[in-house]
Design a protein around this ligand. Structure first.
Ligand SMILES: C[S@@+](CC[C@H](N)C(=O)[O-])C[C@H]1O[C@@H](n2cnc3c(N)ncnc32)[C@H](O)[C@@H]1O
Length: 464
């Protein structure tokens, strides 16, 4: 039987874990007198801090513990008070208690550490590029309804609890105002929220997207029923409230999702007002964005990614290029106007349809797009296109993986620009290129998600 006792301990935070929480390691003797390592995860603490914690300890010291700090006894020099009232509970911005400069330093350190582990020269890593105004940067947010019908964000570590939204300092400001209007509408009609355990209730999520370039807003409401019959009047009222107060809303959608899977997916789209997409822009190019389109969520910093990719890739009019994991063509369009011919490869068919349309809308006629898995798509494209001089890849967080990287290595482009949203998979991916004669030239970390642990990188690899 496990005997629990509560003990107060003073620990020093040694490092941050991948979720941005402090970690402390202490040594204790177990009942046999042998040294035993105990590791504690303590959210909202920082390296070097002395912290008092109250912990339920299993007497055999068997378990790794997640505990909350009781008191910060010696604070990190860059510790600050969080700006957002929801910080203590909300899982969104885990680093609001660390000065922005300190966050950027931590991100640079992390990129250097994972590259060092793979044997790369860390002097190639530049300082992380931050934002001048690291607030209200997100152009897309997803809020959730509680079973009681309040609208908000998930509580940290508890996906069943919703914090009613009063503010959000990372979302665009008008997006928050529009969200509050929808929350008020739901309350005034006493519409029930969805209960994921019982699989009953009406309102599930609200997705808000805004183009900071065009100002256009999309509000997409996910519900278990159509906006007809007993819901027709409420839907009409929603249209009238939103169109009167927020003329920037160019797309007001009611999306039916009757599935158990609690995702922002739709079986039937009802356009309540406007169109089913909004227009956005990147690097001066116009993009159509649907509710399920992947589009960079921090447009200010995404523009820096595009600029860096162009600067590192040095595209030439005489060259061929492949954009692997191209999405709707965020990188394809700016590069297509600078190379002879470009092919984009992407697994999601609707994104490829969108990329084709975006190319057409922007009068780009030297780009083609293929809806295929990266590995098969690369094989197919290489057959008719031949090896490109330039290849850009921007895979999801899981990375491109060994098979894709070895294919890239075999096709021998002169230059490879790797845009990454996960330094860990980036480091293991580029290691695969070494046997094919590639050298890492430079790595620029870019902060797309201030106050979170995430960091993007743009890197250049060249064939010797
Ligand atoms: C980080 S996003 C980048 C998209 C695009 N470069 C952009 O900036 O908008 C990664 C993309 O890879 C696509 N993807 C995921 N797995 C894939 C696979 N196995 N093969 C091809 N594309 C894939 C996703 O659909 C997504 O559009």
């Amino acid at each position: 039987m496990t005997i629990m006792k509560q003990e107060k301990m003073v620990v020093e935070i040694n490092r941050l874990d991948e979720k941005g929480s402090g970690q402390a390691v202490i040594w204790r003797e177990n009942e046999l007198g042998n040294p035993k390592k105990l590791r504690f995860t303590i959210p909202q603490t920082l390296p070097g801090e002395k912290v008092s914690i109250l912990v339920d300890v299993d007497q055999k010291f068997k378990r790794r513990k997640k505990v909350m700090a009781e008191e910060i006894l010696e604070a990190h020099p860059q510790r600050i008070g969080p700006a957002c009232q929801h910080f203590e509970k909300c899982g969104g911005c885990v680093w609001q208690h660390l000065e922005y400069e300190g966050q950027l330093q931590e991100k640079t350190n992390h990129v250097k550490q994972v590259l060092e582990e793979q044997g790369f020269d860390t002097s190639l890593v530049r300082d992380t590029m931050g934002m001048n105004q690291p607030w209200h940067y997100r152009n897309k947010m997803e809020f959730t309804f509680s079973p009681e019908g309040t609208l908000g964000l998930h509580e940290q570590g508890n996906f069943r609890k919703i914090i009613p939204l009063e503010t959000c300092l990372i979302a665009g400001e008008v997006m928050v105002d529009a969200t509050m209007e929808v929350a008020d509408w739901a309350k005034s009609h006493q519409l029930p929220g969805y209960n994921k355990d019982a699989h009953e209730g009406l309102l599930r999520h609200l997705m808000v997207r805004q183009s900071f370039a065009t100002g256009e807003i999309m509000l997409a409401l996910f519900a278990t029923e159509a906006p007809a019959d007993h819901l027709a009047q409420a839907a009409e009222d929603l249209v009238s409230r939103i169109t009167n107060k927020f003329p920037q809303v160019k797309s007001l959608l009611w999306l039916e999702n009757t599935q158990w899977a609690d995702r922002t997916q739709s079986e039937e789209t009802h356009v309540l007002a406007g169109r089913d997409f909004i227009y956005d822009e990147m690097d001066g190019y116009r993009f159509r964005v649907w509710f399920d389109t992947f589009f960079q969520t921090n447009p200010t910093q995404a523009q820096k990614l595009v600029d860096l990719a162009v600067e590192m890739g040095q595209p030439k009019k005489t060259e061929k290029m492949i954009d692997l994991f191209c999405g709707v063509g965020t990188f394809s369009l700016p590069f297509a106007s600078r190379v002879g011919e470009l092919v984009g490869i992407e697994i999601v068919e609707t994104s490829i349809e969108s990329a084709k349309r975006n190319a057409k809308d922007n009068n780009i006629d030297n780009a083609s797009f293929l809806a295929k898995d990266a590995r098969k798509g690369l094989d197919q494209v290489l057959e008719y296109f031949g090896s490109p001089e330039l290849l850009l890849l921007d895979p999801p967080r899981s990375g491109a993986g060994g098979k894709v990287m070895r294919r890239i290595g075999r096709c021998q482009p002169e230059r490879i620009v790797y845009v990454s949203c996960n330094p860990d998979t980036f480091a293991t991916d580029i290691k695969e290129l070494e046997p094919f004669g590639y050298t890492l030239k430079t790595v620029q970390p870019v902060d797309l998600f201030p106050h979170t642990t995430h960091v993007e990188c743009v890197a250049l690899l060249e064939r010797l």
